[in-house]
Design a protein around this ligand. Structure first.
Ligand code: HEC
Length: 141
């Protein structure tokens, strides 16, 4: 009887502890899942916020380099020479233009000149940024 009793107690305890273990682990799995779900839900907001932050940082990080402006705005015409655009670092294309003096060349680039659009379509470029792009386009001449 004593033996039976302790066996009974043990198995009850065993069942209870098994149940307890299962329910605890189920609870923690559920907890993990909801944490994941929450992370999933707030992720786009987080990303958006970070993206907004970094573009704000880009804008406020000073003037773009000549290469950055060129690669984004000027390359469309000045790499292949579309509509007679002087090609990048092509001395024959640039000699006569540079002979006008940089002031005139810059003025043409900022205000537009025949098929050359004002500021080469970089409407928010400063004169300094346009100048940097011109320098980049003519650096090997
Ligand atoms: C839509 C095409 C196009 C884009 C984009 C463009 N250009 Fe031009 N650019 C031209 C053409 C065409 C000419 C030649 C105009 C002419 O001499 O009749 C030219 C000429 C120039 C000249 C020579 C001006 C002169 O006095 O002879 C400069 C400098 C220049 N571009 C700078 C730039 C810069 C800097 C950018 C980018 C910020 C840029 N361009 C983007 C088409 C373009």
């Amino acid at each position: 009887m004593r033996v039976m009793n302790s066996f009974f107690v043990k198995s009850v305890l065993g069942t209870l502890s098994l149940f307890f273990t299962l329910s605890v682990s189920a609870a923690s799995v559920q907890d993990d899942m909801s944490r994941e779900a929450i992370a999933e839900r707030i992720k786009p907001i987080g990303k958006h916020y970070v993206a907004g932050e970094s573009s704000a940082a880009e804008e406020s990080s000073g003037p773009r380099s000549g290469q950055q402006v060129y690669d984004k705005f000027c390359t469309a015409c000045h790499t292949s020479g579309v509509m007679g655009a002087p090609k990048i670092n092509n001395a024959a294309d640039w000699e006569e233009r540079l002979a006008q003096g940089m002031d005139t060349v810059l003025k043409h680039a900022v205000e537009g000149f025949n098929a050359m659009p004002p500021k080469g379509t970089c409407s928010d470029c400063s004169e300094e940024e346009i100048q940097a792009a011109i320098d980049y386009m003519t650096k090997d001449i």
